[in-house]
Design a protein around this ligand. Structure first.
Ligand SMILES: [Zn+2]
Length: 305
């Protein structure tokens, strides 16, 4: 029996999972990332997470075949260091090497959206598909693709940065350096910012979720903000659909919790903008694994390497 460990590190929490070769979970742990407390603390949390996973499963490190770590950032695959990550202080820190040395185990790395894509394809809403797109919409917009049953990662491992495709040529400046990126108009933080700008509420901590709720209750400003953001989201996803002609687009992330409003916006965008055969063929479904798509995907990628 062989076992695989997946780790999904986010700005708030890090999750870990050990799967056996029958895809049964032997342990499942979530701990805070402590990303505000600096790189040393975050690395300590990773080791703590791994210890918890081993203890819960009763396995020794020698009984794990491989570990896969997913992070919302860009990896330098050769050096196995993060070269860009906006919400974790781990750039150029050799934590992958440290874990490999400490446990004597091979560690592979991936982008969190790619991990979630593989999770949904193997065990979630994309099961049985041949060509699948996964899009995760929360603070930003991430995506991944399965092409002919294989995870497509591009030449540098950073394909499908859908949140940073240009949808407004002379649009606002994005943190990535480009102007008019999709996630400035169609993400959860874009919705919250628009609400702030329109003085939609006296509440300083307005979230996309609040704006969706207010729109559902008939608030006209909220309806305008959501309509605008969903229009941009539809435009963004129609570009991806035109490029990949997928069987299915699986939608995850915090915004997917708004359900039908988000699905309908994507359906409308694709129907209005894509070639007819693509529009007729592409199914749009909500993620089945939800917040666990990334950690399942990482463990399954560890098994697949
Ligand atoms: Zn950008």
């Amino acid at each position: 029996m062989t076992n695989y460990m997946g780790i999904d590190i986010g700005g708030t929490n890090m999750k870990g999972l050990i799967l056996n070769d029958k895809h049964a979970a032997l342990s499942n742990v979530c701990v805070p990332s402590c990303s505000q407390e600096g790189s040393e603390r975050v690395c300590k949390q990773m080791f703590f997470l791994i210890e918890q996973l081993l203890a819960q499963s009763g396995l020794s490190p020698q009984e794990i075949t491989r570990i896969c770590i997913g992070i919302p950032g860009h990896w330098d695959k050769k050096k196995k260091v993060l070269c860009h990550c906006s919400n974790l202080p781990l750039e150029n820190i050799p934590f992958v090497e440290n874990i490999e040395k400490h446990y004597g185990l091979p560690v592979i790395t991936t982008n969190d959206a790619n991990a979630a894509t593989w999770g949904e394809y193997m065990l979630g809403a994309g099961q049985g598909s041949t060509n699948m797109l996964f899009v995760t919409i929360s603070t930003g917009i991430g995506a991944g693709a399965i092409i002919n049953h294989k995870l497509f990662t591009g030449s540098s491992g950073n394909a499908l940065e859908l949140g940073h495709i240009t949808i407004e040529q002379n649009g606002r400046l994005c943190s990535c350096g480009n102007h008019g990126c999709a996630e400035l108009y169609a993400s959860g933080s874009a919705i919250a910012k628009a609400a702030e700008y329109m003085r939609f509420s006296l509440d300083n901590n307005i979230t996309a979720e609040n704006v969706f709720q207010a729109a559902a209750d008939g608030n006209s400003k909220a309806c305008f903000i959501i309509r605008d953001a969903m229009h941009s989201l539809g435009a963004c996803l129609s570009v991806a659909a035109e490029l990949f002609d997928p069987d299915i687009i699986v939608v995850g992330g915090g915004l997917a919790k708004a359900g039908p409003q988000v699905l309908n916006a994507i359906k409308t965008g694709i129907r209005e903008r894509c070639a007819k055969p693509i529009a007729n063929n592409t199914q749009i479904k909500l993620s089945q694994l939800g917040d666990n798509a990334g950690v399942y995907g990482a463990a399954l990628l560890a098994a697949n390497d």
